[in-house]
Design a protein around this ligand. Structure first.
Ligand code: GLA
Length: 604
C-alpha cells in the first residue's frame, strides 16, 4: 500500500475518442458535452428516469477530485474513467484551498477547477459539481477554512452570521466561475449538489434552504441534488431538490425510503463507496472486488443511477487529510487510494476490470481503449546526508509571538491575521522546577515535550500526566504540538482548534509566559532553510530535525515509490513541495514521490 505520490509533468496517452456518453438503452447517443451546440433542456428529474434534453439518461458517474490528483494527470485519469464506461465526473470543491486567507483566493495550477471541468467536457464527460461549502471527504475540517475558527462563537454549517457571511463572499467568487460552465450555458455541469450529508448534522433547519438560495441567487440553474446516508435522507433534503442516497450495500430500505420520500422520481446512489479510507494506526480497509461488482449490478438492475465514490482517490497531499472522532480521535493517512477502481498511482485494478465489463453492457459501441500505464521507476537509494536540528531551524520561522497564556494555532497572529492553519506549533516557557504536568486534555493533537533539548515524552488527547525531571536554574519547557488533521465528519466540527487550547498545569499551577513559534512548513520557510548551516549527520543526531538528501535521476524522471526504512514519523518534502506525512505505525508501508530530486525531509 503506497501512501504518498507526486507525479510527473509528462503525459502519455493512448486513447480513442469514438465513445458515446449515452448507451442505446437511453435512446440517445453520440452527443458529447463538447460538441453539443443547441441546448434546450438540462437534466430533469420529473419522471422515474433522468432526462437530458428530454431523452432518458442514466448517470454512470465517478468521483475524482482535482485537488488530489496532480494536474498533469487529470486528463489521463479522465480518459481512464471514460474507458471504464462512465459518462459523468463528480467533484467536490475544497474551500480551504481556494481561500487560504480570508479574501485571498487561489484558483491557479492544481486548483484551476474551471480548467478541470472544461477538460472533462472536452473529453466527453458530464460533470456533477459538489461545491459544499462543507464537503466532508476525509479533508481537513471537511474543506472549511481553519480561519473560520478564529471566531470563538463560530457555528459551522449553520446560519450563524459569521459563517454565512464567509460562505456568501466565497460563493460570489466561486460560483461566478461555475455559472458559465453549466449545461444550459454550453458547459458540462448537469447537476449541482447542495451542501453534503447535512442530514447527519442537521442542527439548523434554516441552513439548507439558505445554501440552496445561495446557489440559485448566484445563477446556478441546473438540477439541484442533496446526498445523504439513509438515516439522514429526509433531514438532509430541502424543498424542490432531488434527494440521493449514499451506501456500500444496497438494502430494501434504500429503495423504499427513496420511493416514499419522492415517488416517481429517478433514484440515484450519489456515493457508492467502492472502498474506504484509512486512519493512522488502524487496519487497512479493503472492500472485496466481486462483492463491489455485485452491488453495482444490483443498483443498475434496479434502473438506478450511480456515482462511484471514489473512482480514483488520489492523495491527501501536504497537511490536508482529515480525521475521525468517535470514541477516540484518529487522523487519516496521506494516501486516499481508497481501494478504488483506479489506484492512487493511476493503475488499473480488478475492480476496474469488473466495472468496465459491467458498464460496457450499457453502451451501444465498444468502450474506448484503456489508456496505457505510466511505468514506475526504480531509482538508486537517495542518501540522506545532511541535517539541522529543529532548534537551529527556529531562526528561519516568522518572529515568534509572546503570550502570557497558550493560544490555539488559529488565533495566533500569523498569516496576515488569519492564524496558523496547519502543521506544527512550538510553545516554550521557562520553568524553575520539575514536577508533574497535567495537560488537561488541552493538547491538539500530539506534542513532543522537551526540557531544553532533552526529549521527555509525548502528550496526546486525553493524556493524564507526565513527569518533568528536576533540574537546576531556569530551563525551557517546550511543546512541539502537531495538528494531525481536523475532524471532517460528525458533531465535533466546532471543536477543531489546534495547538494548545487551554491551560496546562505544572504542579497544579497553569503554565504562563509562552514564546510561540509557527511551524506551518510553508514552501517559503522550506526555501529559507536552504540558507541554514547544514551539517553532516552524526551517529546520534538530535531529534526532531530536518534531514536532506539528493535523488539523482538520469533522463526524464518517472513516478516512483519511496521507502523509508528506519524513519519513524515526519513529513516529506520534494523540492519544497510538502508531499505529506509518513508514520511507521502504518497502515501505509511506503510513500511515493517522484524525482525532481528529493531535498528535504523532516522528522518530528
Ligand atoms: C460520506 C461523505 C464523503 C466521504 C464518505 C466516506 O459519504 O459524503 O465525503 O467522507 O462519507 O469516504
Amino acid at each position: 500500500m503506497c501512501h504518498l505520490r507526486h507525479y510527473l509533468a509528462r503525459l502519455r496517452f493512448v486513447y480513442s475518442l469514438n465513445c458515446f456518453p449515452f448507451g442505446p438503452r437511453f435512446n440517445w447517443r453520440g452527443i458529447q458535452p463538447s460538441t453539443m451546440k443547441f441546448r434546450k433542456m438540462g437534466l430533469k428529474a420529473n419522471t422515474e428516469d433522468f432526462r437530458l434534453e428530454g431523452h432518458k439518461f442514466r448517470i454512470l458517474g465517478g468521483s475524482m477530485h482535482y485537488f488530489r490528483v496532480p494536474r498533469a494527470y487529470w486528463k489521463d485519469r479522465m480518459l481512464k474513467m471514460k474507458a471504464c464506461g462512465l459518462n459523468t465526473l463528480t467533484t467536490y470543491v475544497a474551500w480551504n484551498l481556494h481561500e487560504p486567507q480570508r479574501g485571498v483566493y487561489n484558483f491557479k495550477d492544481n486548483l484551476d477547477v474551471e480548467a478541470y471541468i472544461r477538460l472533462a467536457g472536452e473529453l466527453g464527460l458530464w460533470v456533477i459539481l459538489r461545491p459544499g461549502p462543507y464537503i466532508c471527504s476525509e479533508w481537513d475540517l471537511g474543506g472549511l477554512p481553519s480561519w473560520l475558527l478564529r471566531d470563538p462563537k463560530m457555528e459551522l454549517r449553520t446560519t450563524y452570521k459569521g459563517f454565512t457571511d464567509a460562505v456568501d463572499t466565497y460563493f460570489d467568487v466561486l460560483l461566478a466561475k461555475m455559472v458559465p460552465l453549466q449545461y444550459m450555458k454550453g458547459g458540462p455541469i448537469i447537476a449541482v449538489q447542495v451542501e453534503n450529508e447535512y442530514g447527519s448534522y442537521a442542527t439548523d433547519s434554516s441552513y439548507m434552504p439558505y445554501i440552496k438560495q445561495a446557489l440559485l441567487s448566484r445563477g446556478i440553474g441546473e438540477l439541484l441534488l442533496t446526498s445523504d446516508n439513509i438515516d439522514g435522507l429526509m433531514k438532509g433534503n430541502v424543498d424542490g431538490v432531488l434527494a440521493t442516497v449514499n451506501l456500500q450495500k444496497l438494502k430494501p430500505i434504500h429503495i423504499s425510503s427513496l420511493e416514499s420520500h419522492q415517488p416517481h422520481k429517478p433514484k440515484m446512489v450519489m456515493e457508492f463507496w467502492t472502498g474506504w479510507f484509512d486512519a493512522w494506526g488502524d487496519l487497512h480497509h479493503v472492500f472485496n472486488a466481486e462483492e463491489m461488482a455485485n452491488v453495482v449490478m444490483e443498483i443498475l438492475k434496479k434502473e438506478m443511477s450511480i456515482n462511484l465514490y471514489m473512482f480514483h482517490g488520489g492523495t491527501n497531499f501536504g497537511f490536508m487529510s482529515g480525521a475521525i472522532q468517535s470514541d477516540m480521535y484518529m487522523a487519516d493517512i496521506t494516501s486516499y487510494d481508497y481501494d478504488a477502481p483506479l489506484s492512487e498511482g493511476g493503475d488499473y485494478t480488478t475492480k476496474y476490470t469488473l466495472l468496465r465489463d459491467i458498464f460496457s453492457r450499457y453502451h451501444g459501441e465498444s468502450l474506448p481503449d484503456m489508456p496505457g500505464l505510466y511505468p514506475k521507476m526504480n531509482y538508486d537509494i537517495s542518501t540522506v546526508y545532511q541535517y539541522i536540528t529543529l532548534w537551529e531551524a527556529l531562526k528561519f520561522t516568522e518572529e515568534p509571538f509572546l503570550s502570557e497564556d497558550p493560544i490555539n494555532m488559529e488565533n495566533l497572529p500569523f498569516n496576515n491575521g488569519n492564524g496558523q492553519s496547519y502543521g506544527y506549533t512550538l510553545y516554550e516557557t521557562i520553568v524553575t522546577s520539575g514536577g508533574t504536568l497535567h495537560p488537561n486534555d488541552k493538547i491538539r493533537d500530539r506534542a513532543l515535550v522537551f526540557i531544553d533539548e532533552q526529549f521527555i515524552g509525548i502528550l496526546k488527547h486525553n493524556s493524564v500526566e507526565m513527569v518533568v525531571p528536576d533540574g537546576k536554574g531556569k530551563r525551557k519547557l517546550r511543546f512541539v504540538v502537531e495538528n494531525c488533521g481536523r475532524v471532517n465528519y460528525g458533531k465535533e466540527l466546532n471543536n477543531q482548534r489546534k495547538g494548545i487550547i487551554g491551560d496546562i498545569l505544572l504542579n497544579g499551577t497553569p503554565l504562563k509566559g509562552f514564546t510561540i513559534y509557527s511551524l506551518e512548513m510553508q514552501s517559503s520557510f522550506i526555501e529559507r532553510l536552504r540558507g541554514a548551516q547544514w551539517k553532516q549527520i552524526p551517529e546520534k543526531p538530535v531529534f526532531p530535525g530536518f534531514f536532506r538528501g539528493i535523488l539523482y535521476i538520469d533522463g526524464y524522471p518517472g513516478d516512483t515509490f519511496v521507502k523509508m526504512p528506519g524513519w519513524t514519523k515526519g513529513v516529506l518534502f520534494i523540492n519544497g513541495h510538502n508531499l505529506g506525512r509518513y508514520w511507521s505505525i502504518g497502515p501505509s508501508k511506503v510513500s511515493i514521490c517522484q524525482g525532481h530530486g528529493c531535498n528535504v525531509g523532516s522528522t518530528m
